[in-house]
Each structure stands twice: as structure tokens, then as C-alpha cells.
Design a binder for this molecule. Structure first.
Ligand code: C5P
Length: 259
């Protein structure tokens, strides 16, 4: 039986950290990889670096023990998304994001293509509602549901389409863990160490809280990249994650109070 996505490859807390390489050039991103190699488990290539440097950015993790996360947030007609996923399957990419709002046919095609072209090696993650949005932003888009309800609706649709990985904020991660169970892979951006700036993120929590509520991977960018001492910032984050895992474990072991 294949392992649950949420348990594969996370043998140490730091392997649950995804560091976004939100840089303008390959040279800057490479320097960031050098500073954090061995200290995080995943490097994330997003739209800024991909637009500047293209697929060369996907080779940045070569020679490291980290996984590559292509955060391309694909959202297009099914055939175009299929083509993009098939191309990514030929690289060493481990995770790729698609927008859940792309709809069931697009999501199903993304999941099928990843499975066919890469087996279990390429994991499709459905982005539910961006962590930079709140209820007011959804209202402006004509969506009357609250963020949490909308995240749940999108994740159910994606699950039915065969997607088993989700991106959500720490505020909804508990809801999705309860809904989809232990096999789902839950990724949360919007993670901030206590006392650090929120920047443009609106639904934030500490890594310990996100993990205690069910997150498998935390995406932390600016607080790590802007740290004066990358090594101790990454170490503190890994300790926070370990604390969150211990809390989650204690909750799961506690006898249920429900009748
Ligand atoms: O610097 P910071 O920790 O805010 O970076 C968060 C990263 O996570 C960015 O690379 C952003 O593109 C990404 N992201 C997000 N919200 C999502 C999905 C991805 O902030 N829903």
C-alpha cells in the first residue's frame, strides 16, 4: 500500500520547512540555497524567479538533499495544465501547485497527468484561498462564503477530482485535517515566528500552532531570508515545528472526550 503523503520524507522537523526562493535572479536564489542547504527540506520556486529565469530554477536543488517545490499556481484549461504538468514531470520537481478555483476538470487532469507521467514522485497541491485574502476580499469577488467555508468547499471539490495535497492558511488547516484525514498532505504559508512582521499575509500563525493543528509543511519566506543569522533562524523554526508535532501527538493520543 502506498504511504500517506503526509508521512513521507519528514524524518526530521527541518524537512517540513519550505523556503520560497522569491528572488529576482538565479544568482541570488543560488546564494540563498547555499545559506539554507541542510537547514530546510524544501526550496520553493515561485512566479518571480520562474518568470525571470525559467526552468533553470528547477535545477537549484541539485546536489542538495532538499526537494523542489514548483509554486506555479497553475490555473488554465485542462489541456494546458496537463501540458505544464507533463513538462514538470520531466524535471526533478516534487511538488507543484494548481489553483483549486480552476475547477474539477482541470484538477482531475492535473492529478491524472502527475500520476501517469511521474507516479508518486510529483505531488499536485491545490491552492484553496490565498493567505493574503480575507472575507472582505472574497466578497469583492462575489463570493459570499467566509474564507473557511470556501476553503472547505474548494478542497472537497479537489479531493473528488483526485487531489490529495492542499495549500491553506493555518486558520483552516484543522478543518481540512478533520475533513480529509491523515493521508492528505497539508501545506501552510502564512507562518510567522512570534513577534515577526505579518507583511502582506492576513491569516497567520506560528509554525508550532500550524503544525499542532495538522500542517505537514510550513512555508516561511521573509522571516528566514531576512534573518541576520540564517542558521539560528532555521534552527528556531525547526524547534517550533518539533513543539507543534509533540502537541499534535499528545492530542491524538488523548482519550476522546466525545461520547
Ligand atoms: O515571505 P512569506 O513567508 O510571506 O512567503 C510566503 C510564500 O508562500 C510566498 O512565496 C507566496 O507566494 C506563497 N504562498 C502564499 N499563499 C498561498 C500560497 C503560496 O503566501 N496561498
Amino acid at each position: 500500500m502506498p504511504l500517506a503523503l503526509s508521512t513521507t520524507g519528514f524524518d526530521a522537523p527541518h524537512r517540513r520547512i519550505a523556503l520560497p526562493l522569491d528572488h529576482a535572479t538565479l544568482a541570488e536564489a543560488r546564494a540563498c540555497v547555499q545559506s539554507f542547504r541542510g537547514r530546510v527540506g524544501i526550496f520553493k520556486v515561485g512566479l518571480q524567479l520562474f518568470a525571470a529565469e525559467g526552468p533553470a530554477a528547477f535545477a537549484l536543488t541539485e546536489g542538495t538533499d532538499a526537494d523542489l517545490f514548483a509554486d506555479l499556481k497553475l490555473c488554465d484549461i485542462p489541456q494546458t495544465v496537463e501540458g505544464a504538468i507533463a513538462s514538470l514531470a520531466r524535471s526533478s520537481t516534487r511538488y507543484v501547485t494548481v489553483h483549486a478555483s480552476g475547477g474539477p476538470a482541470m484538477l482531475a487532469r492535473a492529478a491524472e497527468t502527475a500520476e501517469r507521467a511521474a507516479g508518486g514522485r510529483l505531488v499536485v497541491l491545490a491552492v484553496t484561498v490565498l493567505t493574503s485574502l480575507d472575507d472582505g476580499d472574497l466578497r469583492e469577488q462575489g463570493i459570499s462564503e467566509k474564507v473557511a467555508e470556501h476553503v472547505l468547499r474548494l478542497s472537497r471539490m479537489a479531493w473528488r477530482a483526485g487531489i490529495r495535497g492542499f495549500v491553506c492558511s493555518p486558520s483552516e488547516v484543522e478543518l481540512l485535517r478533520r475533513e480529509h484525514g491523515p493521508t492528505a498532505l497539508l501545506v501552510t504559508p502564512g507562518v510567522r515566528p512570534t513577534g515577526s512582521q505579518d507583511h502582506d499575509q492576513k491569516r497567520v500563525a506560528t509554525a508550532a500552532d500550524a503544525v499542532a493543528r495538522g500542517a505537514d509543511i510550513v512555508v516561511v519566506g521573509r522571516p528566514l531570508r531576512e534573518a541576520a543569522d540564517p542558521s539560528s533562524a532555521a534552527r528556531a523554526l525547526a524547534e517550533d515545528i518539533a513543539q507543534g508535532l509533540a502537541r499534535r501527538d499528545a492530542t491524538e493520543r488523548a482519550p476522546s472526550t466525545r461520547t
